[in-house]
Design a protein around this ligand. Structure first.
Ligand code: NAD
Length: 275
């Protein structure tokens, strides 16, 4: 349960801050219907890391079990293509009306931008951006386009000739096109972090005076070093997660706690302060 003294202290830290970094992981989007990876009902339970966390693993599995890879791509694509920002994302956008905010996210779902934040660094890339094999920009898809791709992939994975029909369904997003291989701009295991987002994130984190960490297990490196980087630079760290987390821990989910925290710090739209 959310401790009122902790909430009040976190709100005062936000009021004192000149620059807040909001650092988000999969938990921040769980209430938008996008599963996390490591929780009990998380993604890796159904699609093991060894097979699906690298490009070569996905490629090898596609040759042996195309339907399984189609199921995996659908499981990644569909929840994100149909997601909307939740109350937590909207509270982070609202925070920007009161203090300078930089969002550093491990998420690939585009929900912070859609909620309205101006500065969003996506350190693990974006599901919407299509690049060449070497990472050169090719295309930016909308959520609606991604939804159409996921619907056509859903039909492909249920019928016969799964591999060619899957490749056809996802061709705007991944596969062989006229200008060579296209792929989503994602950071998988063993890849370098997305640049310049990662360098810009480190710069913001070393310069902020308060960091709010939301829904991060801390198991994914090097992103997991971000809260410690902020601490080393003298920033205060608040964590929002149902599971124990470092710093001043506000127990609860992103969509529950973030709106309460922002309201407690800066009042509601009429300016009334809740603490
Ligand atoms: P994780 O799956 O390792 O951990 C999720 C964390 O979120 C846990 O600490 C859990 O307790 C917490 N959590 C669960 N529900 C929550 C809620 N409603 N509100 C707040 N916290 C909640 O996630 P991770 O550390 O972000 O690592 C997984 C990696 O996989 C990420 O780096 C990201 O790149 C990728 N990923 C992205 C998405 C997305 O784009 N939405 C979704 C899943 C995974």
């Amino acid at each position: 349960m959310l401790d009122p003294d902790d909430l009040s202290m976190a709100a005062s830290w936000l009021r004192d801050a000149q620059h807040v970094v909001v650092f988000t992981g999969a938990g921040a989007s769980a209430e938008s219907g996008i599963p996390t990876f490591r929780d009990d009902d998380g993604f890796w339970q159904e699609f093991p890391v060894e097979e699906f966390a690298t490009w070569s693993g996905i490629f090898r599995t596609a040759l042996r079990q195309p339907r399984r890879v189609a199921d995996f791509i659908y499981a990644v694509l569909h929840p994100i293509a149909s997601a909307r920002p939740n109350a937590g994302h909207l509270a982070v956008a609202e925070l920007e009306r009161h203090v300078r905010v930089t969002v550093v996210t491990q998420n690939i779902d585009g929900l912070h931008r859609e909620a309205g934040n101006a500065i969003v660094y996506e350190v693990h890339g974006s599901l919407f951006e299509v690049v060449s094999l070497k990472g050169r920009f090719r295309d930016l898809l909308s959520r609606r386009e991604l939804l159409r791709i996921s619907e056509s992939l859903d039909r492909a994975r249920r019928g016969c000739c799964v591999l060619p029909r899957t490749l056809l369904a996802i061709r705007r997003w991944a596969g062989l096109g006229l200008r060579g291989i296209r792929r989503p701009n994602l950071v998988l295991f063993g890849d370098g972090m997305a640049e310049p987002a990662w360098s810009q994130s480190l710069e913001a984190v070393r310069e902020c005076d308060c960091l709010i960490q939301v829904g991060c297990s801390g198991a994914v490196w090097p992103a997991a070093q971000i809260p410690q980087e902020a601490r080393n630079a003298g920033a205060r760290v608040i964590s929002i997660d149902p599971q124990p987390a470092s710093g001043l821990w506000l127990t609860g989910t992103a969509a529950e706690v973030l709106p309460i925290l922002v309201r407690s710090a800066f009042g509601d739209a009429t300016g009334a302060n809740a603490t």
